[in-house]
Design a protein around this ligand. Structure first.
Ligand code: COA
Length: 537
């Protein structure tokens, strides 16, 4: 028995290590668009890659928690398939010990212009900042809207203008909006400089104007250089549209730090306990989680790898064995932060008993004002007449209501199947978790490839029968395979990450650190009072 378990553990570890190497490759492509040639071109312009600037901006020796690095691959935009990293770097780092949201256009990706995915990524980071009460620093170097797609990036809510709407609203709430312009900021893009609480411009490198020199010439006949039209000198000495004149990127970064050095210290709105390492190493997750996505898991063992002292205080442990324990609920602490846990267990199918337990626990944690961690590995709610008659629909709806209304910070971590209404009940994207993390084991889609193929095949078979042209066995097989490939492909963390359905694909070894950061940041804003509306019971 022990030998079998060990062999399985070795297989699991090998499998996930390989999978995470694929993630490393994807991330490398995102971090180095255009390779060394692009870095050399930047150097000729007197610029360094944006992550170098960010590392100087944050406190020495601290980590930059970069979000959604694999955004933008395989988007199929007109003439542009990949937008590495979505064209904008976003993430959270500490400046004078205060968590700060940092944005940086990567001018190596189509001059840092905004595609739909760039906007989505920018808005997502602003939404996190606004909700959690973080100051924002924008390292701006962008050609503005990606012009061939203007209709998809300019006029709507959540399009280009929303970036500045968000800046204005956050500034009104007292959240500092600081812009460091290190390159072009043209037309609408100029507002990133002018809307800031304070903006820093670099001589001979930063430009900001409502219309660039070619447009000015066309519109008015005036011939003028970019520097004389809207360079750092113009805006810091003549127009007053920017506030700080610097002569190099290094000086500009130091100035931004100085602007933020007297900010009020942030405060975590919960009793924080002493941090204790887990007694089971986090790394043991590689042994635990099966390579087969639909194979059952022991989530209690996984919690031991994440929790301080590996301590899990479980709620209703003995309730309805085999049905109620497809979700486990309870409390853990991560790096001293207490949290409620709702975690899929076994094969994760949610029965009535599990849904009721989860709902109760969400309400209890809300009353206690402790945040919630959802660990998602559920292929759906239980179907069939027994389940329907027992009220699966209404108890599932209660769970969805509790998740929707819980006023405490909520974070979702997906470690397996993430299908159907279980995506709702376990706090999927539509339920606006403060952070949502995928792993290489997550599969998010309306149903699994196999189920979708079955459903769609039965519809196709019926259509063909009606037309008097029944499907042959080969046609059925080909149809099923096509659907399985499509659904499984779209459920993959790369496909979802490209479209920003996660805030980051985490390696198993990163989960504890990232959860600690994400809960700490989510707990910076005051927690409201519980209010749930009408449960069905
Ligand atoms: N829309 C679409 N593509 C754009 C673009 C835009 N707004 N701005 C730049 N690009 C593309 C360029 O065509 C080029 O594509 P390529 O690599 O396939 O040839 C790439 O981005 C890099 O641009 P390039 O001009 O070579 O970079 P640069 O560093 O020399 O100059 C800018 C950067 C931003 C100063 C310059 O590209 C520019 O002035 N762009 C137009 C800005 C504008 O008028 N925007 C208004 C939109 S609101």
């Amino acid at each position: 028995m022990t030998a079998t378990v060990t062999a399985q553990a070795v297989d699991n570890r090998t499998y996930w290590t390989n999978e995470e190497q694929k993630l490393d490759q994807q991330v490398h492509a995102a971090l180095f668009p255009g390779g060394q040639t692009a870095i050399d071109r930047l150097a000729k312009q007197g610029k360094r890659p944006v992550r170098d600037l960010i590392n100087e901006l944050i406190d020495p020796g601290t980590e930059f928690y970069e979000l959604s690095r694999i955004a933008g691959f395989g988007m199929g935009y007109p003439g542009v398939d990949d937008v590495p990293c979505g064209g904008v770097v976003t993430g959270i780092g500490k400046i004078y010990n205060n968590w700060t949201m940092i944005f940086a256009n990567d001018s190596r990706v189509k001059a840092g212009t905004y595609f739909p995915i760039t906007l989505k990524k920018h808005m997502r980071a602003q939404a996190i900042a606004e909700r959690c009460g973080l100051n924002c620093v924008y390292i701006a170097d962008s050609g503005g809207a990606f012009l061939p797609m203007q209709a998809d990036v300019f006029p709507d809510d959540q399009h280009f203008g929303s970036m500045f709407f968000n800046m204005a609203r956050m500034s009104a709430k007292g959240l500092k909006q600081i812009t460091l312009s290190t390159g072009g900021n043209t037309a609408g893009g100029a507002y990133i400089v002018f809307m800031a609480c304070q903006s820093v411009m670099i001589d001979q490198k930063a430009y900001s104007f409502l219309g660039g020199p070619p447009l000015v010439k066309m519109a008015t006949g005036e011939v003028i250089s970019a520097e004389d039209l809207g360079g750092a000198r113009v805006h810091t000495q003549i127009s007053g549209g920017a506030d700080h004149f610097c002569t190099s990127q290094e000086e500009a970064i130091a100035r931004v730090r100085e602007i933020l050095c007297l900010e009020k210290p942030q405060q975590v709105r919960i009793q924080r306990f002493e941090e204790r390492p887990p007694t089971v190493p986090t790394d043991h997750i590689y042994d635990l989680l099966p390579a087969a996505i639909h194979q059952g898991i022991d989530v209690r063992a996984m919690l031991q790898c994440l929790a301080d002292d590996s301590m899990f205080s479980e709620y209703k442990r003995d309730y309805a064995p085999g049905r109620g324990d497809n979700i486990v609920a309870g409390k853990i602490r991560i790096k001293g932060l207490p949290m409620g846990v709702i975690a899929s267990n076994g094969v994760g199918i949610i029965f009535v008993e599990a849904a009721r337990k989860a709902t109760e626990w969400i309400v209890r944690c809300s009353q206690e004002k402790i945040p919630l961690l959802f660990i998602q590995n559920a292929p759906g709610y239980m179907v069939g007449s027994e389940s329907e008659h027992m009220g699966m629909g209404k108890y599932g709806a209660d769970m969805v209501r509790a998740v929707s209304c819980a006023q405490v910070p909520r974070i979702q971590l997906v470690i397996g199947p993430d299908n159907g209404a279980a995506n709702y009940g376990m706090c999927g994207r539509a339920y606006r978790p403060h952070f949502l993390f995928h792993t290489m084991r997550s599969r998010t889609s309306v149903m699994s490839g196999r189920s979708a193929a079955g459903v769609l095949l039965s519809i196709e078979e019926r259509n063909r029968d009606v037309k008097g042209n029944p499907m042959s066995e080969e046609e059925k097989k080909a149809f099923s395979e096509k659907m399985i490939n499509k659904y499984d492909g779209e459920a993959h963390p790369f496909y979802c990450g490209a479209r920003l359905l996660s805030d980051r694909v985490l390696k198993f070894g990163e989960i504890r650190d990232w959860l600690a950061m994400a809960f700490e940041v989510s707990l910076l804003a005051p927690i409201g009072e519980p209010s749930f509306g009408n449960f069905r019971f």
